[in-house]
Design a protein around this ligand. Structure first.
Ligand code: NAP
Length: 243
């Protein structure tokens, strides 16, 4: 039975990926930071008890917390097959108004958090001589977005990190790819005013927002045997919004 660590699994895309990987038989290490109610709901209602699943509540933006996440995972499971660096936050503001704290919080979680987890798992995956790492980037890491200087920088940074990690780790049979979602219906995008969403929709050739299930499909492919010759790539899942 394979095992996956998913950061930011308490809700949204992370929770959906957790549900999907559980459905296809994965043991899970579920990480989150604050939302214990949402994590309990996921565990109680959506996770099949036949697999072994553990929850590690910690802040992946903290180097030592991320080490605890990876160490706890290896204490509970002999090998970890997949790491999904999914945890992310937004602190939107226009550049001229953005505070240092808004910039730092987003970079620390979205970019440094993925570094922290990947850094701590790298040697262990190298030793086991296999692994898949998926970084959840974003369409705005490819095209930029007004009001998201911090967020788009973090997501563009993840793409560079993905490619460098893929080059470094390929000889140890560790494949590293990014998924770049477009606008996906979650709490993160619920914050966007309806009028702006309707305008966005006009620019999406497939004429709908994405669903967490669309992202889980891409992740499922990238951790499967069907993608064993794919590394260092960015798989865009955005309804054609950006080509
Ligand atoms: P979400 O619903 O806001 O969920 C974010 C998750 O990240 C929560 O489980 C949260 O845990 C966790 N988290 C935040 N900071 C953390 C930290 N420091 N340590 C550990 N966990 C932390 O977001 P989402 O929409 O599902 O987004 C998931 C990922 O997809 C993010 O990386 C996001 O940037 C990316 N993405 C989303 C969209 C979209 O349209 N929704 C588009 C492109 C990319 P707690 O709630 O427990 O704190």
């Amino acid at each position: 039975m394979k095992t996956a660590i998913i950061t930011g699994a308490s809700k949204g895309i992370g929770a959906f990926i957790a549900h999907r990987l559980n459905e296809i038989g994965y043991n899970l290490v579920l990480n989150y930071k604050n939302n214990t109610d949402a994590m309990n709901e996921l565990i109680n209602n959506f996770i099949n008890k036949e697999t072994k699943n553990i929850v590690v509540k910690c802040d992946i933006s903290d180097f030592n917390d991320a080490k605890t996440l990876i160490d706890t995972s290896y204490e509970n499971f002999k090998e970890i097959d997949v790491l999904i660096n999914n945890a992310g936050v937004t602190r939107d503001n226009l550049l001229a108004m953005m505070t240092e704290d808004e910039f730092d919080q987003v970079i620390d979680t979205n970019l440094k958090g993925a570094f922290n987890c990947s850094r701590h798992i790298a040697k262990k995956m190298m030793k086991q001589k296999h692994g898949r790492i998926i970084n959840i980037s974003s369409v705005v890491g490819l095209m930029g977005n007004s009001g998201q200087v911090n967020y788009s920088a973090s997501k563009a940074g993840l793409i560079g990190m993905t490619k460098s990690m893929a080059r470094e780790l390929a000889k140890k049979n560790i494949l590293v790819n990014a998924v770049a979602p477009g606008f996906i219906q979650t709490e993160m995008t619920d914050k966007i005013p309806e009028e702006i969403k309707m305008n966005m929709m006009k620019n999406i050739p497939l004429q709908r927002l994405g669903t967490p299930s669309d992202i889980a499909d891409a992740v499922e492919f990238l951790i499967s045997n069907k993608s064993s010759y794919i590394t260092g790539q960015v798989l865009s899942v955005n309804g054609g919004f950006y080509m």
